[in-house]
Design a protein around this ligand. Structure first.
Ligand code: AOF
Ligand code: ZN
Length: 380
């Protein structure tokens, strides 16, 4: 019998493999983003390096609803082939007993020999303990690979756990000359179908959407995910409102949580099934920082603010926007409505004069529209 030859991989090849497999793990995590409840969407890739060409023997993403965890899914797929494998996990494997034993323990039991992770889990029940359990079992652990990408992908979870508030993304669609619409005109179609689909995807990846009462009354939106097959993933809807809402809207009472300082103003909607979140006012405005804390306590990690202009401005002025998504249409307002007869609504921000703390992280052409995504860097 010919003795099995051990495959030797050079350090630089191993480094390149590690980056590629971690990138796969991050990408895999993406498939359930926004659908894992209070759990972060994690990815795991198990790789067998014992052959001339490394082979993926198991992949997993945190399941819809948050359980099972990604590692358990990948280990199940790999079966016996996990023995001797390297695991690429986008977040430190957990160390706590949830419904099932900790993932670190499952990796040890399966005989994994090396674990590469992107980010230390800030959950107090984990926070380094997962890595330590693995090391105590003589498993090689390397942490921090592609950590910036992982942090960006898990921005909601990290914001909730580290800062006790959801990550806030503000989305604004505007005409080429910087208008979001016109008073009394209802919804004006500013952007095209491609941008609309992307917006619906972003809704799906968010835990909740928030709009101001004015938008609900004027635009009568549905705020749902209308992408074939994904309709059931519509997020929770919050409406900022200090006065009662009419009854004849597309939004049904049972679908929304109203946010205001006076519960009595909403008694009709509450009686018909609407939720209510009571928030104090400061200088005549609802205290958004308190509201975000309460939302995080409800398990909301990512909030998408969809307008209108006043609500957007309120969030921007309070310094509570972490991510800004601007859709700029190719048309000017005058090409959509008779500007002499309307009272135009200017967008509170414009890509051409943004504060230097906004860093462009993504730019895309979507049909006739341009999408620009910015991240707010507090320490810039
Ligand atoms: C992992 N892999 O895929 C995820 C992890 O409520 P439980 O018991 O599911 O625990 C939730 C915590 O588990 C969550 O706060 C985070 O620390 C971790 N999530 N861990 O090993 C995964 N989603
Ligand atoms: Zn786990």
């Amino acid at each position: 019998m010919v003795a099995e030859q051990k495959i030797i991989i050079s350090e630089s090849d191993q480094k390149a493999f590690d980056e590629r497999f971690m990138a796969v793990s991050l990408r895999y995590a993406y498939r359930h983003r926004g659908l894992t409840g209070t759990n972060p969407a994690v990815g795991t890739v198990l790789v067998d390096f014992s052959k001339a060409i490394p082979e993926i023997v198991g992949v997993g993403a945190t399941a819809i609803g948050g359980r099972p965890h990604a590692e358990a899914v990948a280990l199940k797929e790999a079966g016996d082939r996990a023995r001797g494998a390297t695991a690429y996990v986008s977040l430190e494997p957990c160390a706590h007993h949830g419904g099932t034993p900790p993932c670190a323990e499952a990796l040890i039991k399966a005989g994994v020999v090396r674990v590469v992770t992107a980010y230390v889990d800030p959950d107090q029940r984990v926070d380094g303990k997962g890595h330590q359990m693995l090391r105590d079992a003589q498993i090689t652990v390397e942490s921090g690979l592609l950590n910036n990408q992982a942090a960006w992908d898990m921005r909601g979870y990290l914001s909730r756990v580290k800062y006790g508030r959801p990550h806030v993304m503000l989305k604004i669609a505007m005409t080429r000359d910087g208008f979001m619409g016109a008073h009394g005109k209802g919804q004006i179609k500013i952007t095209g179908v491609e941008a609309k689909r992307q917006t619906h995807l972003m809704r799906m990846q968010s835990d909740a959407i928030l709009v101001g009462a004015h938008t609900v009354v004027e635009d009568n939106p549905q705020l749902s995910v209308r992408l074939a097959g994904l309709e059931q993933f519509s997020p929770k809807i919050f409406v900022l409102s200090n006065s009662s809402l009419p009854n004849d809207l597309k939004l049904q009472q049972g679908q929304v949580t109203l946010i205001g300082s006076d519960r009595k103003a909403h008694k009709e909607w509450i009686a018909k099934g609407a939720g209510f979140l009571g928030i104090e006012q400061q200088e005549g405005l609802l205290c958004l920082a308190d509201m975000l804390e309460d939302m995080a306590a409800l398990g909301i990690a990512s909030l998408m603010v969809e307008g209108g202009a006043t609500t957007a401005q309120h969030f921007l002025e309070a310094g509570l926007v972490d991510e800004l998504v601007l859709y700029e249409a190719s048309k000017k307002l005058a090409e959509l409505v008779d500007v002499n007869k309307v009272d135009a609504i200017a967008a509170p921000v414009n890509a051409s004069h943004l504060d230097e703390k906004w860093h462009l992280v993504e730019e895309q052409s979507l049909g006739q529209d341009l999408m620009k995504r910015y991240k707010y860097k507090k320490d810039a």
